[in-house]
Design a protein around this ligand. Structure first.
Ligand code: ADP
Ligand code: MG
Length: 375
């Protein structure tokens, strides 16, 4: 049973494939794609023109569009300043930063606890929570592996197996010590390190929405490189329409539409950062159990939730966990839904998804529950 198609005008499809984004660096194009698509779908449907601004932060392109009247780009600049602050606290990219709170935490591993800001502490706590409930499929101490592979930051080859094994031996979220009273972080073992690349963008989106909400904004669309957050409804009161990217195709295509208000839609896939060696694609979502990029038949996971931090962590988590475990995890959580796309082009959706998602690409098939499909 396939839901009816949505009526897009051909002109709009031309716009979508026209690649309007200028000046984006190649490495970001894929990430920007899902985002651009979402923005376009929403933008074309609304009555008034939004106030929009974009910035390159968190290793991607951020775009904020305010649809209420009476605001200008200065408010969006405040949002970008806040995101920039978060990046300066939490980045673990030694290429981009000499010093951040988390670089300091990682350098102090095996030696001493480091006091961090309330922001950083909150993100680490949440990241540790997701590490626990995914039993380490998401692991906040993934840093040694992220640094070794350096995917998206210069890595072009599979590291030697003994280096992978060594890095993997230093990944263990259970050893991360967070002291809420002192607001300190301690890694007991030299060679350990934290990395919040799988969750911080979501936190930044939530913070951005908070700033806009505090300023009175009721209707806005935030695109943070694959993490979409919508505030309120479109100005005419109808739900936002967000295109879910087609994983294997050029950026102008989507497999279906999410219609929603006041929610966040976050997609993880292997196409945002990767290198190819001997015909194999090595991407940036790593499986702590193997030390290699996760490979389990999943091609893309999209999470729909209230908070972008949760959706961000869960899209990365479920991508690593695979269809069956990931599906069960999402069904066990309140207020969170997921759309899984497999390499076979089957689409599995959790129980709440049919209320707001429409599959529109005939190359993909809505499948039943994962347990029946795996037989
Ligand atoms: P993107 O940042 O492209 O939107 P994700 O949200 O899926 O993608 O996050 C991927 C990032 O998360 C990686 O770049 C890395 O920093 C981190 N990461 C990779 N594997 C894991 C993992 N198993 N657990 C926690 N974080 C991870
Ligand atoms: Mg994530």
């Amino acid at each position: 049973m396939r839901p009816p198609r949505v009526g897009y005008t051909p002109r709009m499809n031309q716009t979508l494939s026209g690649g309007r984004r200028r000046g984006a660096r190649t490495v970001y194009l894929r990430a920007a794609a899902a985002v651009l698509l979402a923005a376009t779908l929403a933008g074309c449907q609304s009555s008034g023109e939004p106030v929009t601004d974009s910035s390159q932060l968190l290793g991607t392109i951020l775009r904020v569009s305010i649809y209420d009247n009476g605001y200008d780009t200065r408010l969006i600049q405040d949002v970008f300043d806040r995101v920039s602050q978060i990046e300066q606290q939490m980045s673990t990219s030694e290429k981009d930063y000499d010093d951040t709170e988390l670089l300091e935490v990682n350098r102090a591993a095996g030696d001493h606890p480091v006091r961090v800001s309330a922001d950083t502490f909150e993100v680490l706590q949440r990241a540790q929570y997701y590490s626990r409930i995914t039993e380490g499929a998401f692991d906040v101490t993934i840093w040694p592996l992220v640094r070794l592979w350096a995917i998206g930051s210069g890595g072009t080859h599979v590291p030697p197996q003994e280096e992978i094994d060594d890095a993997r031996a230093h990944v263990d979220y259970r050893q991360l010590q967070l002291d809420p009273d002192a607001q300190t972080v301690f890694l007991p073992d030299v060679g350990m390190g934290v990395d919040v690349g799988g969750i911080a963008k979501g936190y930044a989106a939530d913070e951005a929405a908070r700033i806009l909400g505090d300023a009175g904004v009721e209707s806005a669309l935030l695109d943070f490189g694959g993490n979409i957050l919508v505030m309120g409804t479109k100005p005419d009161g109808s739900p936002w329409r967000i295109g879910v990217q087609r994983p294997d195709a050029e950026r102008s295509r989507y497999i279906g539409i999410v219609r929603t208000a006041d929610k966040t839609v976050v997609t993880s896939g292997p196409y945002e950062r990767f290198f190819v060696q001997d015909g194999v694609r090595y991407h940036h979502i790593l499986d702590p159990a193997t030390g290699f990029p996760a490979r389990n038949g999943i091609q893309q996971v999209t999470i729909v939730a209230e908070r972008s931090m949760d959706a961000d962590a869960l899209s990365t988590s479920t991508y690593v966990m695979g269809l069956e475990r990931g599906f069960d995890l999402i069904e066990s959580l309140d207020g969170v839904e997921a759309i899984f796309v497999t390499e076979d082009r089957d689409v599995y959706v959790t129980s709440g998804v049919p209320d707001f998602f429409e599959l529109t690409d005939d190359d993909y098939t809505l499948a039943g529950s994962p347990s029946s499909a795996s037989q």
